[in-house]
Write a protein that binds this ligand. Sequence first.
Ligand SMILES: [Fe+2]
Length: 517
Amino acid sequence: MITRRAFLAGGAGLGAAAALGVPPARAAAARTARVPLSDPFLLGVASGEPAPDGVVLWTRLAPDPLAPDGLGGMPSRPVAVHWQLARDEGFRHVVRQGVETARPEEAHSVHVEPAGLQPGAEYFYRFKADGEISPVGRTVTAPAPGTRSRELNLAFTSCADYQTGWFTAYRRMAEEEPDLIAFLGDYIYEYGDYKYPVRDQAGGECLDLAGYRLRHAQHKADPELQLAHAVAPWAVVWDDHDIENAWAGDVPEQPDPPFLKRRADAFQAYYENMPLRRAQRPRGSSLRLHRTLRWGAVANLHLLDTRQYRDLYACTGRSGTVGPDCQERLAPNRTILGQEQEAWLEGRLKDSAATWDLLGQQVFMMEMDWTNGEGKGYSNEGWDGYVASRDRLTAAIEATRRNAVVLTGDVHSHWAGEVKRSFQDPGSEAVAVELVTTSVTSAGDGLDEYPNTGVLLAENPHVKFFNGRRGYVRARLTEREMTVDFRSLSRVTEPYAPAYTSGSFVIEPGAPRLNQV
Ligand SMILES: [Fe+2]
């Protein structure tokens, strides 16, 4: 049987340039030249949403990924895409195959949902269109419901700003050969061009459907990102930059272009470019992103959306740090999830029979005083701006006695700590652990520690760990324990930095504490 490592070593799933050992810089230059290409699979392949009996297989046809209209150089007609799913990388044992239509109105993306698959099994998949064959992807199905023996090897990260650096973190994640990769938001940045980018992006600020499609295509053309998509199924949620900086519900940061149209365009491009289920296709400016993925009896991963239904920022109406005397952030009616999602999550925690309940979400949940020394300052963009919403969730975790671990992105550095039942009550116990992943590139190379790191940790004693480099988090979950390694890269301004472990912790079921290894 072909092992995962053999799959990686063989270069399967890589873009042709990476498979041939061409450095990313030269591959990027070749793409920028926009030579008409016949290969429509330059965006690679992906899988996602693993269930015990099925998984989503994704590709998007684009022989010219950087075409300014966002359509990838495709003609405006439907194209038949053949797909195959096999138990072996050589496709001798094909178990499912079929034909999907890639349509111009969905940017020639396909979302295939083969059903009736074996639980807890490894599969390989590929596509064919116009006589060309795609790279091969590897994916896995979730273990059967109730299965206790199977562990979950999870990797998660967030925040991949193309202009800020190389996507080395994606390569290092792929080398971990995880069962599942969770992405916690800011898969793209909508921003216009920086003055001194590490890498040039195409297209300027994303303002409409063509702009978002082009940005996604440029990301998907990256060989490091293609490798991470080809090696394991993904579970994705967005944050603000997938749409617009600091958007909150239907309120934008900038009034132009009209926000609900812009949001609809961003959601459409997000759906087209992610291995989501067809049921998650957007309806206008709405897309239901919150859902649960189950991994046998070991873990439920509840994926949350803290952007689409949140109340507007407390105290100022704009994202920022506010003082302790800003009472609005404590108002009992405020919500970061929206009432429907709050009730849904409470129900999911009540129904859960898994050892671990993972909450994959975007913004800092722990209380965090960001002001050094005298005085306190809380971000009104994280859960500190929605204290009642946090208290209702921690009450639900306590009432259902769940082993909750919160997975967070957004802040472009590694943090770990404990979420207390109520941060208003100094004697309050922790009810959950929070693991905050750093970014793929955002904020640049960074440092392991900053001059104010010690003060921040001392003034927030429930926060136990910080690392200010780029990278990702890997975790191994069993019925007995969850082990966590924070993985860091020395630099992202140059490609191929090695990854190192900057912090390791063990969490035990029934004890929401971080135990340093
Ligand atoms: Fe970010």
